[in-house]
Write a protein of this length. Structure first.
Length: 299
């Protein structure tokens, strides 16, 4: 007998990962971005204002923000505020849907202590402390207040990326018992069943149509829906808009072609509908953090 795991092609993009210690007068202005943000309080008391609502973070507590949510951070206490912060993006459809089920998720100390999260944070902090001692004079970012930038070796980059995935897994283990399945957000009546079926039909057509220009408008017309109805139904069930879903399809196709085909980057960009190879390269790097040539295995 042989057991195999189905092929996967998903990307974790880490844009910001930092341990910070801020003084009593510290604050960061209101902003938003296209990334998930996870903030874990080590020491002191932080305050985050999220879409007009105030959340207080004390030592051992954690806050997860989904992309696009406007927020403002500050040190609430008279003492220093120490925290660990990650900005990341992940393109696994199911993980993305669960992580975006609410604008933000707060996890208290008692629940976190029952998981491996504190150990993972300590291990990451220990690695950074070791790097600081061994790597000599660190780089300092010119546009920050005493921010130290550490260049990790490839092994330690893998260590960090692996731990971030483990952190996401632990957070999901705490959230999933409370999370409804995406379709359960709709009332369980005949109307909701029709909506779910419509969303599944839209998803199937998106898979078949791919990234053809105007695909969503055409599918909405086929389903006798307005474009806004199409977006609303699909987003309720799948946790992302049709456009976001098409982006995931295009990204997965790009990665698959780069990994498994002999096509040139230019040929892949044309196949995926990009006007120029430079446009494709910029977009791919925005999605994954790597250029197509960096992503493709060296043969």
């Amino acid at each position: 007998m042989e057991i195999s795991i189905s092929n996967t092609s998903h990307t974790l993009q880490v844009v910001g990962c930092q341990f910070g210690v801020k003084s009593a007068d510290w604050s960061y202005p209101r902003h938003h971005h296209h990334l998930f943000e996870l903030c874990y309080c080590w020491e002191g008391t932080g305050e985050l204002t999220v879409s007009g609502e105030t959340i207080v973070l004390r030592a051992g507590e954690l806050l997860l923000l989904k992309p696009g949510i406007k927020h403002h951070s500050r040190n609430r206490s008279a003492d220093r505020y120490a925290f660990f912060n990650i900005h990341f993006q992940i393109d696994d459809k199911e993980v993305y849907a669960h992580l975006t089920a609410a604008p933000y998720r707060y996890l208290d100390r008692d629940r976190i202590q029952r998981t491996r999260l504190p150990a993972y944070f300590r291990e990451m902090e220990g690695l950074l402390s070791k790097e600081l001692l061994q790597s000599g004079p660190p780089l300092t970012s010119p546009d920050s207040d005493h921010r130290i930038v550490i260049q990790l070796s490839y092994r330690n980059r893998l260590f960090f990326q692996g731990h971030i995935l483990l952190i996401i897994q632990e957070v999901l283990s705490l959230l999933l018992p409370q999370d409804p399945e995406p379709a359960a957000e709709l009332p369980l009546n005949a109307g909701s069943v029709l909506q779910i079926e419509a969303a599944h039909s839209i998803e199937a057509r998106l898979q078949n149509t791919g990234c053809v220009k105007g695909a969503v408008n055409g599918i909405a017309k086929e389903q006798n829906l307005s474009r806004s109805q199409c977006y609303k139904i699909f987003t309720q069930v799948y946790g992302m808009s049709p456009r976001q879903y098409l982006t995931q399809i295009k990204l997965n196709q790009a990665k698959q072609l780069l990994l498994d085909s002999e096509l040139t980057v230019e040929a892949i960009s044309r196949r995926l509908g990009f006007a120029t190879i430079s446009h494709f390269s910029r977009q791919f790097k925005r999605w994954t953090g790597s250029s197509p040539n960096q992503f493709r295995p060296q043969r």
